[in-house]
Design a protein around this ligand. Structure first.
Ligand SMILES: C[S@@+](CC[C@H](N)C(=O)[O-])C[C@H]1O[C@@H](n2cnc3c(N)ncnc32)[C@H](O)[C@@H]1O
Ligand code: SF4
Length: 506
């Protein structure tokens, strides 16, 4: 979590004049996000602390419900533990410009619990014609089919659309994601409802750029629509290898249509770039395109899946990429003027990760973990008929270093018919340990934090979190955690192990 200094710098960089109270993030105070499964969240990032589900709850109950209240309260106290870890890390990394929370700062806040949200974000369908390498089946029907899973059931029925009509007049903005928003019937239905109710609402869609037809043109004319087109490569080869099932030429030509259409309407146009191992070398060229189009390019730093993430690379490789990107930015000069700051923030964030040389060394040191199975036993009491034994097997595989097999077995446990009976801490603990041992410190840290929310003060989870924190350079914190756990649990094997290794790793 960000320290006090980082938090103060973060708050100071925001324009919060006129807000009746200060909050680390106003998302739950101004907005709701609808996921294709029916889950309702405060924003697209926070899938760990759902506020409700449209299959069960009314929209009014979600907005005014206890979960929304808890999240608002936590953020008002600058606490990020209820699913807001990604933003906490952004703040910690000093990237004040691109902290996701900031998109919510622009909205007026009328009260601690406003009567209505002023923004709704609709990812109400996973219908998508692409199967991008960094995306997931819950967001892409094409990927879901490739995973061999049945189509998602559509949770957005008549009741949802009826209730939505009450919310629409209060909106200052509506955003459409997906899936591919221009393939979702729901997008058209929602905009039709705005028109039928005589409303004019700022709308936004992030699109893969593959769909342009009369229906889309009509939609864009129906409300003031801003558009972001996702461009994850500057060349056909890279683009089509990442955005699978795409056609680079079609997207390039549609992109210019969207650009012209938004310019004519006086709305905004932008590009979105998913920064990954596979395409970082084309970022500067995409920023040149943004300059040519005189638009912003938003950089989505992919951290998950870890196989795509720059942060999962060895630290010397991260540092090399940061150097190359910085040199390319300097060489590009004014040709990327508009988006230079975004690129430089990515570079410094990468450097920050790269600096933490301890990461690799500590992970090596961890190769003889002392208490993996002991730790498992601590949260593995009664066994259920299928899920429980599968989970035990996964722990054994993990202890034997068979990570891929452990992950497959964990997934099987999570989807077993009796998985609901599992104590949620059990699979989560295994997932956290697995992330730690396979070098995905970001995920490990987040999972241990969630475990500590489930079991405050649990010594194994504190030590797991401390190991993950080491990978981010928080060695002092890890040392303090080891000492504190040893104070409360003298002789705790994991704490002893950590305390013994840390000085050696300095
Ligand atoms: C899920 S997509 C939905 C809209 C549309 N289908 C598209 O691709 O633009 C919304 C945005 O998330 C980005 N995205 C996809 N997978 C991501 C990941 N693993 N991490 C960060 N951003 C991701 C996409 O590139 C896109 O800009
Ligand atoms: S186009 Fe968008 S929703 Fe579809 S697979 Fe790619 S990132 Fe996911």
């Amino acid at each position: 979590m960000p320290g006090l200094g980082e938090l103060e710098r973060y708050h100071a960089a925001r324009a919060l004049d006129g807000k009746p109270f200060r909050s680390a993030c106003y998302a739950p105070t101004v907005s709701l996000y609808f996921h294709p499964t029916g889950r309702v969240q405060a924003c697209c990032k926070n899938d760990r602390f759902p506020l409700g589900d449209v299959r069960r709850d009314s929209l009014a109950a979600i907005w005014r419900g206890a979960r929304s209240g808890q999240l608002r309260d936590a953020l008002r106290r600058d606490q990020f533990g209820a699913g807001c870890q990604q933003c906490a890390w952004q703040i910690e990394s000093g990237n004040q410009l691109d902290v996701y929370t900031r998109i919510f700062d622009e909205f007026p806040v009328s009260a601690a619990v406003p009567e209505w949200p002023v923004m709704l974000e609709f990812a109400v369908s996973n219908a998508c014609n692409f199967a991008c390498v960094m995306c997931y089946g819950e967001l892409s029907s094409s990927l879901r089919a490739q995973e061999g899973l049945p189509p998602l059931e559509n949770p957005y029925g008549e009741r949802f659309f009826r209730e939505l009509r009450e919310f629409l007049p209060h909106l200052k903005r509506a955003k459409f994601f997906g899936g591919e928003p221009f393939l979702a019937a729901e997008t058209f239905r929602i905009v039709d409802a705005m028109v039928a109710d005589g409303l004019r609402i700022d709308c936004h869609a992030t699109t893969n750029g593959s769909i342009w037809n009369a229906r889309v043109e009509k939609l864009l004319a129906a409300q003031p629509f801003s558009i972001a087109v996702s461009i994850d490569g500057a060349t056909k080869e890279t683009f089509e290898s990442l955005r699978r099932q795409s056609d680079f030429a079609v997207v390039q030509s549609n992109l210019r249509r969207f650009h012209a259409c938004t310019r004519a309407a006086g709305t905004s146009f932008s590009l979105a770039f998913c920064l990954m191992r596979q395409n970082w070398h084309e970022l500067v060229d995409v920023l040149r395109l943004a300059e040519e189009l005189d638009c912003d390019c938003f950089i989505n730093t992919v951290t998950d899946p870890v196989g795509c993430s720059l942060f999962g690379l060895p630290e010397d490789e991260q540092r090399r990429i940061a150097d190359v990107l910085e040199q390319a930015a300097a060489a590009a000069g004014t040709a990327i003027a508009r988006n230079r700051a975004h690129l430089l923030h990515e570079v410094s964030s990468l450097r920050r990760h790269a600096q933490l040389e301890l990461r690799r060394r500590l992970l090596k040191l961890r190769s003889t973990p002392p208490a993996v199975c002991g730790a498992a036993a601590a949260v593995a009491p009664a066994l259920e008929p299928i899920a429980g034994p599968l989970l035990d097997r996964a722990w054994q595989l993990l202890a034997q270093g068979q990570h891929a097999e452990a992950l497959t077995t964990l997934r099987a446990a999570e989807t077993a018919p009796d998985a609901v009976k599992l104590d949620p801490a059990r699979p989560l603990h295994l997932a956290a340990q697995l992330a730690l041992e396979t070098g995905d410190a970001l995920k490990a840290r987040e999972r241990f934090e969630r475990l500590l929310l489930l079991r405050p003060g649990h010594p194994d989870f504190r030590i797991g979190g401390a190991w993950a924190a080491c990978a981010f350079g928080s060695v002092d914190f890890a040392r303090r955690e080891a000492a504190a756990v040893l104070r409360d649990h003298p002789g705790h094997a994991g704490a002893l192990h950590l305390a013994t290794l840390l000085p050696a790793a300095q």
